[in-house]
Design a protein around this ligand. Sequence first.
Ligand SMILES: Nc1ncnc2c1ncn2[C@@H]1O[C@H](COP(=O)(O)OP(=O)(O)O)[C@@H](O)[C@H]1O
Ligand SMILES: [Mg+2]
Length: 350
Amino acid sequence: MDIVVLAGGLSTERDVSFVTGNNVAGALRQKGHRVILLDVFMGYSDKPEDLTGIFEHSEEASVSVAGISEKAPDLEAVKKSRKDQSSSFFGPNVIELCRMADIVFMALHGENGEDGRIQAAFDLYGIQYTGTGYLSSALAMDKALSKRLFAANNIPTPAGISMEKETCQWDFDKTGLLLPCVVKPCCGGSSIGVSIVQTKEEYRRALEEAFRWEERLIVESYIKGREFSVGVIDFKALPVIEIAPLEGFYDYKNKYAAGSTVETCPADLPWAIAKKMQHYAEEAARALNLETYARMDFLLDSQEKLYCLEANTLPGMTPMSLLPQEAQAAGMDFGELCEEIIRISKKKYA
Ligand SMILES: Nc1ncnc2c1ncn2[C@@H]1O[C@H](COP(=O)(O)OP(=O)(O)O)[C@@H](O)[C@H]1O
Ligand SMILES: [Mg+2]
């Protein structure tokens, strides 16, 4: 197949997305596909006159990717560096190249990519893409909305409230919540802007930090316990993975700095608890109608109570990422997983 792997973009997870994209592109090439790795924001402007036959030299037409730093990228600098300075989010020739492909593999994470807007645009252009559709992407992206849908479908999630910048409650005593709590941007990812709050002073600082990223945030009860994640492919759960950072919580650094987190798959859990978590993961996929694939994050407290934190519709896809490790535990290697995602995504268009 001729495949565009779409990465980059303008979210705080821009760098993470390139690592996903690079790995997916490599794996699909090994399977014999012709793959262009494309930066959705920067586009392709090397030889834009004639795109005919571009898949014949797909590797030269691909962006080259550096490693991932421990800090989130400087998006203003990225915007300034784009040659055409157009107001369009799509870089030069992105739509053209995506229309030429048999399918677009979505290697984007975060805003514009995971939030359903590109999916909606692609539906209108008749471009096929991997992953779930625009509405379910948008619902899963918004933690306030997805938590409401979890609760309505008997999927346990930490008690919490959402707040807008304009009408925000800065006085913790008036929130009706207890300390410790967690403050996070409503639609963020990779733990960017997430704070665990122990005191009322920390609460105010946590609000300021989260509002740096977004106009809306959620404040929820802090759950002390073990952390897990469960991938779901075509509404069926994969084995559970445990995530245990050596220090602190599962923040940006612990997510991407090698060796900072111990990941165990299948997780060392009593059978009944693992089954229950898989059941909630499948129920969460159904509640949000997450077709194709997704990955749900969970916490387990000392009373053995489970909480679903969120659904990720375009989870990290390097061989060391959580979902690929889970697929591996189920006997599917990284290349097979990439092709399986394409196969299931194609079902949307049957
Ligand atoms: N209610 C909570 N209690 C304890 N830890 C939490 C809670 N919510 C989030 N965390 C920690 O913050 C991390 C990021 O939160 P999450 O809701 O998964 O957002 P995202 O991964 O989209 O940034 C989690 O992986 C977990 O380590
Ligand atoms: Mg998460």
